[in-house]
Design a protein around this ligand. Sequence first.
Ligand code: PEP
Ligand code: MN
Length: 337
Amino acid sequence: MIIVMSPSATKENLEKVIKKVESAGLRTHISEGEEVTIVGVIGDKKKIANLEMNMMEGVEKTVRITEKYKLVSRNFHPEDTIVDVDGVKVGGKQIVVMAGPCSVESIEQLREAAKAVKAGGAQFLRGGAFKPRTSPYDFQGLAEDGLKMLRQVADEEGLKVVTEIVDKDDLELVGKYADLYQVGARNMQNFQLLKALGKANKPVMLKRGLSATISEWLNAAEYIMAGGNEQVILCERGIRTYETFTRNTLDLSAVAAVKELSHLPIIVDPSHGTGRWQMVKPMARAAVAAGCDGLIIEVHPHPEVALSDGDQSLTPKNFNLLMSELGRIAEVMERTV
Ligand code: PEP
Ligand code: MN
């Protein structure tokens, strides 16, 4: 349930409302917007059903929320959330770009990639050190050595680090080097990991699961927020469909859906979303036009020898081209790149 306070409600009115909700054994989440204050009510469904708030002074109306996710919901928090990743704001006017190789392979490879993405205008260096590969015989990542390289090279270039965490026990280890935790598609419903990240004091980028509905994805984000970490960025990276030409089907309608349902920023990954470098540029353009808050793009200095995802990695030259095109689309959307 949300309780919408009337514009003329006083501080005392609000305090009484909170007190009544809490004395019924429920929790409140206050969203003080420029125009209206909303009290979100969280807790046992039966207790919420028995709660009568309409007659209280200062209450304009109450609205029953049918979705299971609450803190993630735009009903609870009508204004867009901006996630601040060590000074880089995701969800504001600027479309944030995260780019780099699928996997960290060596310091030379990473440095070459970082220089290229910085020159192209990215704010983040991406790269996996723990790789959740489909086959156990494929390259599994450089683990802590890879994390160290990410931090070192990102600092050399003045970039932030986003990298994947696959195990709740790695929270501290990954947090030591990363600015933004990435939860991969395969771990979207790793609830132990989500709960651990709920206690972390760094932002989290949550990718959509391979076959997850938008509701399942938003409920996964709710796990993180319910733990107390409200700095969540969503990432659409394509879903499984019957189509085989592309690796996944990039669901750009999810951008519009998420903007309607949630206040959280959403970024798009056209690399995993298509699996084909030729399609990364057009889909990145479309994502910006659809209203995303950022992009995460795989860039490799030599895609033909990449240890993972070479087929979907842009060369530095193509990344540069893409970045120069995005500015014009961003302008139409009243955004910047
Ligand atoms: C990745 O970003 O390299 C990755 C493994 O992505 P996803 O979890 O979307 O497959
Ligand atoms: Mn990849």
